[in-house]
Design a protein around this ligand. Structure first.
Ligand SMILES: *Cc1c(COP(=O)(O)O)cnc(C)c1O
Length: 419
């Protein structure tokens, strides 16, 4: 079986990423590569709609801006959360309407605001006085969303970097925006990537209500609540979040004319991507107790797909593609390809004694991996082999965002099967 990284690969319903990796590991010339499973993303979208029908997701593009991912989300009516001009361009270039985008960066260089104005993206967040003055000067008609914060336990805690204090600072900022004649339409928060405290959602929804009330006292009726991202990439954990979020929204925002949106990144993509990297070098050494340790060097890096590991203390455990059966497990460390000593992917984990040029497979690699590749010290951005099963392909192939892809597929079929 062979797969292309240039087009979608329409596969039988029984083919999964493991099959793709097994077959590409034979033909691929030892470069690291990803398999992206669009079926997984479709399941996630439908599951979100089922559990939280009132909450319109705006996918956080910075998490993974793969073109098939963006097209698929657009096809299913998911909107977009952008933090930069380049993310904005990427989404707009797919013919997504500007009113389907929230510019959710509270600290935008002036150039970003000018770019948003030029492209008609008018919904944007703020959390400071200087941001309000910048917006007043450049884009006074923008629809503004005030971002609030609170201390939340997460893999990447953002409470310090972004968001104003809902009681101490938000009322002052609302007053300034009123005096400047700006249009504040709502409140947002983001509990942080890998949120480990689901109750934070209800706490922040309640605080958002406080900010809605302060705005009302100043004569400003807001109509948008944005509950941010921070949802796990493990689909089974969404129910737990929905069970906290839905009742909190019903309690504090029962009015149906208040629009509720969210900004999930990780949730949609983490489990859809699997990475295979190759063990190109092996070294053994002894630990303090004179026990043998195995060092494996692979062709990816914390300056590449594993940036997240370094930034957030996340642990990702690989599986070798070869079945070693019930053999002895050894103390193993997996190093990245660069010469930097921080480039360590796994520390003291148990693996079978791997053979030279073994493939190590990492699951759940879809979030904050592909956009992280740098050109540092020999790193290359791996190819992505994207699969979709026949049923799902039939579902989407005639829809706007995939019509062009369908033509491409048909052309390829003609080339491959001459009469
Ligand atoms: C990155 C980001 C998100 C997405 O976070 P995930 O944890 O990946 O869901 C949501 N909101 C804001 C403001 C962000 O910066």
């Amino acid at each position: 079986m062979s797969f292309s990284s240039e087009t979608l690969n329409v596969v039988n319903n029984n083919i999964d990423p493991w099959n793709v990796i097994k077959s590409m590991s034979v033909t691929n010339p030892k470069n690291a590569f990803y398999c992206c499973d669009l079926n997984d993303v479709i399941e996630k979208i439908l599951y979100w709609k089922k559990l939280m029908p009132r909450i319109q997701p705006f996918y956080a593009v910075k998490c993974n801006d793969d073109k098939y991912i963006l097209k698929l989300l657009a096809t299913f009516g998911v909107n977009f959360h952008c933090c930069s001009s380049s993310a904005l361009n990427k989404v707009l270039s797919l013919n997504v309407k500007p009113n389907r985008i929230i510019y959710a960066n509270t600290a935008k260089p002036k150039m970003f605001i000018q770019h948003a104005l030029k492209n008609g993206v008018d919904l944007m967040t703020f959390d400071s006085k200087t941001e309000l003055y910048k917006i007043k000067e450049i884009f006074p008609n923008a629809k503004l969303v005030i971002r609030i914060t609170s201390k939340v336990k997460a893999l990447a805690e953002l409470g310090e970097k972004f968001g104003c204090h809902p009681r101490k600072e938000a009322p002052k900022l609302l007053k300034i925006s009123r005096d400047l004649g700006l249009n504040v339409v709502g409140v947002s928060f983001h509990v942080g990537y890998g949120c480990q405290e689901i109750s934070a959602f209800s706490k922040l929804i309640k605080l958002a209500k406080f900010v809605f009330n302060s705005a009302r006292k100043m004569g400003c009726e807001m109509n948008l609540l944005d509950i941010g991202g921070g949802f796990s990439g493990n689909k089974n954990l969404l129910k737990e979040c929905a069970d906290v979020i839905n009742p909190a929204i019903e309690k504090y925002f029962p009015e149906k004319d208040i629009k509720v949106i969210s900004e999930p990144g990780t949730y949609f993509v983490e489990s859809a991507f699997t990475l295979a990297c190759n063990v190109h070098s092996i070294r053994t050494t002894l630990d303090e107790n004179k026990v043998k340790k195995y060092y494996y060097y692979v062709n990816d890096s914390v300056y590449g797909g594993f940036g997240n590991v370094m930034l957030s203390k996340l642990v990702r455990i690989p599986r070798p593609i070869t079945d070693y059966g019930n053999c002895e497990l050894c103390n193993s460390t997996v190093w990245g390809i660069t010469n930097d000593s921080v480039d360590k992917i796994n520390t003291n984990i148990l693996l079978p004694k791997l053979k030279f040029e073994e493939w190590l497979v990492y699951d759940n690699m879809g979030n904050y991996s592909l956009p992280f590749y740098t050109a540092f010290s020999g790193i290359e951005t791996p190819k992505v082999y994207t699969i979709i099963n026949e049923n799902n392909w039939h579902l989407i192939q005639d829809l706007f965002w995939f019509a062009e892809e369908k033509e491409l597929q048909q052309k390829m079929m003609c080339i491959e099967q001459p009469k």
